[in-house]
Design a binder for this molecule. Structure first.
Ligand SMILES: Nc1nc2c(c(=O)[nH]1)N[C@H]1C(S)=C(S)[C@@H](COP(=O)(O)O)O[C@H]1N2
Ligand SMILES: [Mo]
Length: 538
C-alpha cells in the first residue's frame, strides 16, 4: 500500500472508531435506560416508519425475518461509511470533523426525539454518543498526527523545493527515508496506535454485547404468575404431531410463535407502573392497574392468530391458549357511547391499531390477554397485556404492550398500518398449509403422510382436501377440534411413488365457503390462493 493510502486509511479508521465507540457506548447506556433510545435503533425505527408500504412489502417478501437485522446492519454500515469520511476530513480539518460528528449524532438524536413516547431522559444515550464520538475523533486524529510528525519530523523548510510543488505540507509529501533511530520510534508509535485502535474496538464490542445482555436480563420475567382462572378450559387434546412427525404442533410453543411488530427494541414495561386506560366516547374513563386486571375474573380461549403479511403456506400464524379478561366486560364498565365505531388502541410507545368496535361486542372471544400458553405473556408477545381478537389479522386487533383503548370513529382517527394503506377492514382469510413433506424436499418412496394445518377463524374448519399431481381433491383426516377460532391439523396417507410430485391443499369452512383459489399478495388485506408444493420421491 502506498504511504498516502495508508495514512488516509489510518484516519478513516480513526473516524470509524469514533463512530463505533459513540454508537456502542450509547447503545450500552440505552440498555440501562430505555432500549429504544439507542441512537442506532432510533434511526432504524425512523427508517421503518418512513419506508413506503410497497418497499416494506418487498422487504418482508424478499428478506423475511431477516428484515430487522438487515435494516440495523444497513444503518450501522451507513454510519460507519459516513464516519470514515469524517475521519479523513478531520485529518486536515479537525474542527470540521467534530462538526460533522455532531451532525451525525444530532440526526440520530432527532430520530430519538420523534418517537411518540419520547422523554427528555432518552437523550442521554445520544449525549453519550456525541461526547465519546467527538473525544475519540479528536484523540485519535491528534495521535495519528503526532505519529506522522514522529515518523517524519520535517517542516516546510526541509522539503526539497520544487519536487512537490503547490501541495500542503503533509506526511505523504515527505520522502520515505527516516533515519534508523526515528524508524525505531516510528515502529513503537505505530504499535501504540494499533494497540489503541484495538483497545477501542474491544471496548466497543464489549459495550454492544454487554448492552444486549443487560436488555436480555431486563427482559426476563421472574416471579410473576398467571392470574387464577375460575373455569379453566380442559387440557388440549393430543395433537397429530405426536403421531405424524412434521405436522405443526397443535399448540404453538410460545418461543416458536411468530413475531411481527415495528419494534427494533422490545419494550420493557414495568408492570407496577403500567396502566390501561379506557377513554374517548365512554360514560366514564377507567384506568386499570396490572393488579386490577389480575384480580378480575380471568378466562381462557384457544385462538389462532394470523398476520396479514402471511403468504399462502407461510409461517406467520400461530395457535395459543390465551388467558385474560373479556374485552367486552371492560368496555361495558366504561359505558361505550353511541358514536364510537372503532377502538383505537395505543401501545406503550405510541404505536396505534384500529379495531372495529363491533368485533369487541358481537360475542366473539375478544380479550385483553395477560397470559399465553399457561404462562405470563412474554415481553416479545406484549407483556404486560395485549389484545387478542379472534378472526381479525393481528394488525387490526392484537395490540401488544397496550396502554390505552380510545373509543372513537374511523372518520376521526386512523392507525399506524391503515395510515400506510393497509385495509381498514381485515378479517382473516381462511387458508391451509402443507407442513410435510416440505416443499422441494426429497423423501423415500412408500407409505407416508401429507399433513399440515388449516384455519377458518370464526366459522371453523369443516374439511380439508388434498390434490396430488393435479388429480381429484381427496378428503384429508382432521385432527382434534379446539373451537372455531383454532386451527385444525390434518393429514392424508400417501403411497409415494418415485418421481416428482405436486401436492396442493384447500380448506372449506363450516359455512361451505372454500378457500379462495385466486392468488392475492398480502397487501392490502391478506393473501389468498392455494399452496402447491413440489416434492421428489426417490
Ligand atoms: N404494539 C404493537 N402491537 C402489535 C404490532 C406492532 O407492531 N406493535 N404488530 C401487530 C401485528 S401486524 C401482528 S400480526 C401481531 C403479531 O403478534 P405476535 O408478535 O405476538 O405474534 O401483533 C400485532 N400487534
Ligand atoms: Mo401482522
Amino acid at each position: 500500500m502506498k504511504r498516502l493510502d495508508r495514512r488516509t486509511f489510518a484516519h478513516a479508521t480513526a473516524g470509524v472508531l469514533a463512530g463505533v465507540v459513540g454508537m456502542s457506548l450509547a447503545h450500552f447506556t440505552a440498555a440501562l435506560l430505555t432500549p429504544a433510545s439507542s441512537p442506532a435503533l432510533a434511526v432504524g425505527t425512523a427508517v421503518i416508519d418512513a419506508t413506503p408500504t410497497p418497499v416494506k412489502e418487498w422487504a418482508v417478501r424478499e428478506l423475511g425475518h431477516a428484515d430487522k437485522p438487515i435494516l440495523i446492519g444497513s444503518v450501522l454500515l451507513a454510519t460507519i461509511a459516513f464516519a470514515a469520511v469524517i475521519g479523513v476530513v478531520a485529518r486536515r480539518r479537525l474542527g470540521l470533523g467534530v462538526v460533522l460528528i455532531a451532525v451525525l449524532v444530532l440526526i440520530a438524536g432527532g430520530a430519538v426525539v420523534r418517537q411518540p413516547s419520547f422523554e427528555i431522559g432518552q437523550l442521554v444515550p445520544t449525549a453519550v454518543a456525541l461526547l465519546l464520538g467527538i473525544a475519540t475523533l479528536v484523540f485519535l486524529t491528534r495521535a495519528l498526527r503526532a505519529r506522522s510528525v514522529l515518523d517524519h519530523p520535517v517542516s516546510k523548510e526541509n522539503v526539497p523545493v520544487g519536487t512537490i510543488p503547490n501541495r500542503t505540507i503533509d506526511d505523504e509529501t515527505i520522502p520515505d527515508r527516516p533515519g534508523p533511530d526515528r524508524r525505531e520510534d516510528a515502529r513503537l508509535s505505530r504499535r501504540g496506535v494499533l494497540v489503541g485502535f484495538g483497545a477501542l474496538t474491544l471496548v466497543s464490542a464489549a459495550a454492544a454485547a454487554g448492552g444486549q445482555l443487560i436488555v436480555r436480563s431486563r427482559t426476563a420475567l421472574a416471579n410473576i404468575s398467571l392470574p387464577r382462572v375460575r373455569k379453566p378450559l380442559p387440557a388440549l387434546a393430543k395433537g397429530l404431531e405426536e403421531t405424524y412427525a412434521g405436522i405443526s404442533r397443535f399448540q404453538t410453543r410460545s418461543r416458536d410463535f411468530y413475531r411481527v411488530d415495528t419494534k427494533l427494541a422490545i419494550p420493557i414495561v414495568d408492570q407496577n407502573s403500567w396502566e390501561l386506560k379506557i377513554d374517548g366516547d365512554v360514560d366514564r374513563e377507567l384506568t386499570f392497574s396490572y393488579d386490577d386486571l389480575r384480580e378480575r375474573e380471568n378466562v381462557e380461549h384457544d385462538i389462532t392468530l394470523t398476520c396479514v403479511s402471511n403468504e399462502v403456506g407461510g409461517k406467520l400464524v400461530g395457535a395459543a391458549r390465551w388467558t385474560g379478561v373479556p374485552l367486552k366486560e371492560l368496555l361495558d364498565e366504561a359505558g361505550v357511547g353511541s358514536r364510537a365505531d372503532q377502538i383505537l388502541s395505543t401501545d406503550v410507545e405510541g404505536f396505534t391499531i384500529s379495531t372495529p368496535l363491533e368485533a369487541a361486542l358481537d360475542g366473539r372471544n375478544a380479550m385483553l390477554a395477560l397470559g399465553m400458553n399457561g404462562e405470563v405473556l412474554s415481553r416479545t408477545h406484549g407483556f404486560p397485556a395485549r389484545l387478542v381478537v379472534p378472526g381479525l389479522y393481528g394488525y387490526v386487533g392484537a395490540t401488544k404492550w397496550v396502554t390505552k383503548l380510545t373509543l372513537t370513529r374511523y372518520d376521526a382517527a386512523t392507525a399506524y398500518w391503515t395510515d400506510r394503506d393497509w385495509a381498514i377492514d381485515a378479517p382473516i382469510k381462511l387458508s391451509s398449509r402443507i407442513d410435510t413433506p416440505r416443499p422441494l424436499s426429497t423423501i423415500e418412496p412408500g407409505r407416508t403422510v401429507i399433513g399440515g394445518v388449516a384455519w377458518a377463524q370464526q366459522t371453523g374448519v369443516a374439511k380439508v382436501e388434498v390434490r396430488i399431481d393435479g388429480g381429484r381433491w381427496q378428503p384429508a383426516k382432521l385432527g382434534p377440534d379446539a373451537g372455531i377460532d383454532y386451527w385444525r391439523q390434518w393429514y392424508l396417507p400417501w403411497d409415494a411413488e418415485p418421481g416428482s410430485h405436486q401436492l396442493a391443499v384447500r380448506v372449506t369452512d363450516r359455512d361451505g365457503t372454500a378457500q379462495d383459489t385466486s392468488r392475492a399478495t398480502p397487501f392490502p388485506d391478506g393473501s389468498s390462493g392455494i399452496q402447491e408444493v413440489v416434492v421428489t420421491v426417490a
